[in-house]
Ligand binder design. Structure first.
Ligand SMILES: NC(=O)c1ccc[n+]([C@@H]2O[C@H](COP(=O)([O-])OP(=O)(O)OC[C@H]3O[C@@H](n4cnc5c(N)ncnc54)[C@H](O)[C@@H]3O)[C@@H](O)[C@H]2O)c1
Length: 258
């Protein structure tokens, strides 16, 4: 194959690294867990749906040596502490955390109850705070770490079909990424965010009309693939990604340029 002089290849090797991925029982989180595992990391596959986490972890390695399932509800601080302790016991330390779990409810703004508001914020924003709080101390003590927070275009410009609590919570997750990045700068630990537009994993939750409308809206004419999300996470989580500090990486097909 002919290659031009400017062409280069990037391949990630996470050999020796340990990774915790939240919301990894399906969708983008599952794809992220698969990419890390295929790139030689040991992966803790966590989800509030324990059976889904088990299914994915076993598909990666049913011996449990390089992949373990964890039941982890991101609304609970103790769940993050348990995960940290379980991974430390199994593999010594956690090097990389991907806060991917999220949940969107498309409730019209005037119908959002205070309870629903709090729950959406707990899943999409407070989770990032709790995870960063628990793992930043752990990673600082180890002198190395990468935290990647999956946020959303909704947190930057309101998104395409998002509602108020989800958009507000994702905006908060972007700010928390910067806050912790600043606190940890120079310690060997980086914190960054990825801000995706529509991802193919959402298609099943949208009507045909909504899918068509979104495809028309996105300048490149399609949804992102989960594999494109995983590749972006890998970049921020890699050793080579150490100069990304408090960045928000836009992955939106041109929907929002800044
Ligand atoms: N799909 C999109 O178009 C899109 C766009 C922008 C941002 N995002 C964000 O990307 C991430 C992944 O999206 P997806 O499409 O794969 O979602 P998904 O709904 O397919 O998967 C989310 C996973 O998170 C888990 N989860 C839900 N609540 C949880 C909790 N309290 N604790 C732990 N796990 C929990 C679910 O069980 C599920 O396995 C989310 O943070 C989402 O907000 C998605």
């Amino acid at each position: 194959m002919q290659t031009s002089k400017t062409q280069s290849t990037v391949s990630f090797d996470f050999g020796g690294r340990t990774v915790l991925v939240t919301g990894a029982g399906r969708g983008v989180g599952e794809e992220i867990a698969r990419l890390f595992h295929a790139s030689h990391a040991r992966v803790a596959v966590s989800d509030v749906d324990a059976e889904a986490a088990r299914r994915v972890a076993h598909a990666l390695d049913d011996s449990g040596v390089t992949a373990i399932p964890l039941a982890l509800d991101v609304r609970r601080k103790e769940a993050f502490e348990d995960a940290r302790d379980r991974i430390t016991k199994a593999w010594g330390q956690t090097d990389i955390v991907v806060n991917n779990a999220g949940y969107a409810k498309r409730t019209p703004v005037h119908d959002i109850t205070p309870e629903e508001f709090d729950d959406i914020v707990a899943i999409n924003m407070r989770s990032v705070f709790l995870s960063c709080q628990v793992f930043s101390e752990h990673m600082r003590a180890n002198g190395y770490g990468r935290i990647v927070n999956v946020t959303s275009l909704a947190g930057q410009n309101g998104g395409t079909v998002a509602s108020a609590h989800y958009a507000g919570a994702k905006a908060g997750a972007i700010m928390l990424s910067k806050y912790f990045a600043q606190q940890l700068a120079g310690t060997g630990v980086t914190v960054n965010a990825i801000s995706p537009g529509p991802i193919a994993t959402a298609k099943g939750r949208l009507s045909e009309e909504q899918v068509a409308r979104i495809e028309k809206l996105v300048p490149i004419g399609r949804f992102a693939e989960a594999s494109e999300m995983a590749a972006a996470v890998a970049l921020l989580a890699s050793d080579q990604g150490g100069f990304f500090v408090g960045a928000t990486l836009d992955l939106n097909g041109g929907l929002f340029m800044r």
